[in-house]
Design a protein around this ligand. Structure first.
Ligand SMILES: NC(=O)C1=CN([C@@H]2O[C@H](COP(=O)(O)OP(=O)(O)OC[C@H]3O[C@@H](n4cnc5c(N)ncnc54)[C@H](O)[C@@H]3O)[C@@H](O)[C@H]2O)C=CC1
Ligand SMILES: O=c1[nH]c(=O)c2[nH+]cn([C@@H]3O[C@H](COP(=O)(O)O)[C@@H](O)[C@H]3O)c2[nH]1
Ligand SMILES: [K+]
Length: 505
């Protein structure tokens, strides 16, 4: 006998019903009921059409964004994320000049990496430690990237020497340079065609920006094939940047925009403030061509004010981040599943894409964030253990880890060259975040494509062939959800085993 329509209507809750019960749900609290699979997982196209958007005018080909945190997003992360079709938001916990130079470094190339190759002048006598772990150094007339390249120093040549000798005496003559506008395949072909082990990358203006080596090529070839990169109208990588809401941030904003930042994130834990609204109005008036992302918000009322002020994107999440103590310290915030659903259900009517920020610790959380209405997810801890995150690996209890800290941690606040806290030395500082460490995850160029494959499998289970179709399932109330009890969450995880090895790919 066929199921009655009452039976079907009662089988799980549609989102509006689940999220209107006065309960704050996290991603782990909720679970989707499967839909109908009418296509293979590889037919799921996360790139659209329409594509996921960082903000109104910035399409991406994968729905991932690196958070504006000083242990997550600098040049290497920005270049890698853009080359994957995602994006990074360069943090502002540094002098504006340095933030601008990070953007310049990421936008100066079309390769998925930024190496920290050292520069030397011909008369300098670098020791091995001056190579900072790099195999090569670039020798230029003045010892900086803006003067003429004269040679390449090999670290192994230094280690075999007793006394310090000017680098000009043992450097190798500069080989033919590759153009900084080459993409990965072009640069790899250049090395192969010229029979070179390495080639400096030089911009049209003559700036020596990096060195590409055969081992870089081999490393990148060992990862999944790169997809469509995120490129702006200028043909350069899409790179976003964050600012604060102090008077001095207006100068920072000007500098970032001059540097070509494609979108600006106004970075506050509570975006519905007079300071942010004033900053948004100022920025929209001064730079109407640049997309402005406001936040953070978790309610419709907050979102409404930012949308009225003209934002092109909304960052959603308060207290859900892995390093966040805001809910504990300030008693405000919202469960992230509820926050994303509520804000996205409002923002969609204003064509404002939502970034689900914080609390992503697995691919299932990404499926949930996107299916609840977000256009992209923003991640901190998920990316902080990668090769591309700032900082070096250390060992903790035998595990290789990288430092990861909240931007509201005491350590990050006091590092901040920002007037935000230095100007407020008389005020009492209270942390809203912690300093921690995350495990080594290898390169984002490897684990993000695998994560996206897992997201595609989740979408297939729901019967969604794209982001748009997931949003359609949500809005037509075809998508059904339930709350998981504590026991259901235990059951849904790994349980009852004496030991196991968890290896996802
Ligand atoms: N998403 C989240 O749940 C949270 C994120 N964070 C992160 O920590 C960092 C710091 O966040 P916040 O503490 O919110 O920084 P913030 O700089 O926006 O705010 C710090 C304090 O300064 C005040 N303030 C801001 N602009 C002002 C102005 N022009 N004049 C006078 N007072 C002003 C604010 O009202 C607040 O009391 C950010 O990177 C943020 O993303 C921190 C806590 C929670
Ligand atoms: O309460 C907080 N105190 C902090 O110190 C802090 N620093 C970052 N953030 C926010 O957390 C997001 C990253 O979260 P995940 O590590 O879970 O991806 C980020 O994207 C931010 O929204 C903070 N929240
Ligand atoms: K938290």
């Amino acid at each position: 006998m066929a199921a009655t329509s009452a039976d079907l209507a009662d089988d799980g809750f549609p989102a509006p019903r689940l999220f209107s019960q006065g309960v704050s749900y996290t991603y782990d609290d909720v679970i989707f009921l499967p839909g109908y699979i009418g296509f293979p997982a590889d037919a799921v196209d996360l790139s659209g059409p329409p594509p996921p958007r960082l903000s109104r005018r910035i399409p991406l080909s994968i729905p991932c964004v690196a958070s504006p945190m000083d242990t997550v997003s600098e040049a290497a992360m920005a270049a890698a994320m853009a080359s994957l079709g995602a994006a990074a938001v360069v943090h502002c916990n540094t002098e504006p000049d340095l933030q601008a130079s990070i953007i310049r470094a990421a936008k100066s190339r079309r390769l998925p990496f930024v190496s920290s190759v050292p520069f030397f002048s011909p008369a300098s006598t670098p020791s091995l430690s001056d190579f900072a772990g790099q195999d090569y150094g670039l020798v230029t007339e003045r010892g900086d990237s803006l003067s003429k390249l004269v040679g390449v120093a090999v670290a192994a040549d230094v280690s075999s020497r007793q006394a310090p000798v000017p680098v000009s005496e043992y450097m190798h003559p500069a080989p033919r340079s590759a153009s900084a506008s080459f993409d990965f395949e072009q640069a790899a072909a250049f090395l192969a065609d010229e029979g070179l082990d390495y080639a400096p990358l030089v911009s049209d203006d003559g700036e020596v920006i990096d060195l590409i080596t055969v081992s870089d090529v081999e490393r990148i070839r060992s990862y999944p094939k790169l997809g469509k990169p995120s490129l702006g109208a200028d043909g350069k990588f899409v790179v976003a940047a964050s600012i604060g809401t102090r008077e001095g941030d207006k100068r920072r904003l000007e500098q970032l925009i001059k540097e070509g930042a494609n979108a600006i994130v106004v970075d506050s834990s509570q975006g519905n403030s007079i300071y942010q609204l004033d900053m948004i109005k100022y920025a929209k008036k001064m730079y109407p061509e640049v997309d402005l992302i406001g936040g953070n918000v978790v309610t419709i009322a907050q979102a409404q004010n930012l949308v009225a002020a003209g934002v092109d994107g909304l960052r959603v999440g308060m207290g859900s981040g892995s390093i966040c103590t805001t809910q504990e310290v300030c008693a405000v915030g919202r469960g992230q599943a509820t926050a994303v659903y509520k804000v996205a259900s409002y923002a969609k009517d204003h064509d404002v894409p939502v970034i689900a920020d914080g609390g992503i610790s697995n691919s299932g959380h990404i499926v949930k964030a996107l299916s609840l209405g977000a256009s992209t997810v923003m991640m901190g801890s998920f990316l902080a253990g990668s090769h591309e995150a700032p900082g070096t690996y250390e060992y903790k209890d035998g595990r290789r880890v990288k430092k990861y800290r909240g931007m509201g941690s005491l350590e990050a606040m006091t590092k901040g060259s920002d007037a935000r806290y230095l100007g407020d030395t008389l005020k009492l500082k209270v942390a809203q975040g912690v300093v921690g460490a995350v495990a080594d995850k290898g390169s984002v160029l490897r684990f993000i494509p695998y994560t996206m494959q897992a997201v595609k499998q989740g979408f297939q289970d729901l019967g969604a062939s794209s982001l748009q179709s997931a949003h359609d399932l949500l809005r037509s109330q075809t998508l059904r959800l339930e709350v998981r009890t504590g026991a259901a969450q235990v059951e849904g995880g790994i349980h009852g085993l004496v030991s196991y090895e968890k290896k996802a790919f």
